[in-house]
Design a protein. Sequence first.
Length: 164
Amino acid sequence: MKKIVMTMVALLTMTAAVAQNNGNGERRFQRPTPEDQTNRMAEQLKLDDKQKAKLLDLNKEYESVLMGGMGRGFGRGQGGPGFGGGGFQGGQQGQRPQLTDEQRAEMQKQMQERQEKRQEYEKKLQKILTDDQYKTYQEQQQQRRGRGGFGGGQGGPRGQRPNM
C-alpha cells in the first residue's frame, strides 16, 4: 500500500512539473526577430535613434542571412539532405550519412551565397556605424565565433572520460 501511495505522489509531482512547463511560460528556443537583434545591437553599441532606425531596416532586409542559420533548405522535415530530412544516401543509425555529389554542390553554393550576402550586410552596416562602434561590433563577432558556434563550448581538448 505504501508503494502505491508513493508512486501516486511521484506521478502527481511529475504531472505538475510537466504542466508548468507547457503553460504560457514555455522555455523553447526562439530565434530573435530583426527587432530583437536591432535592440540588442543598439544597446551594446550605444546607437542613436537615427542609427537604430537604419539598422532595423538593414536587419529586416538581411533577416534570412542573420537569423536563418545554415539549415535553410537542408533542415529537418523538408525532404532535403538534412538530419531528419530524409535526403541523405545510405547511412544507418549511428553512422554519418553521406551526401551525394549533387547535394554537396548545392550545399556549397548556398554557403557561398550566404557568405556573399553576409559581406554585403557588413559593408552596409559599416556605413551606419561610427568607426568605434564598428570596431566594437567586430570584436563582439570575433568573441562570438570563438565560442564555437552552435551553443558554444568550453574550448580546449576534451580528454579522457573516467570509466563508471
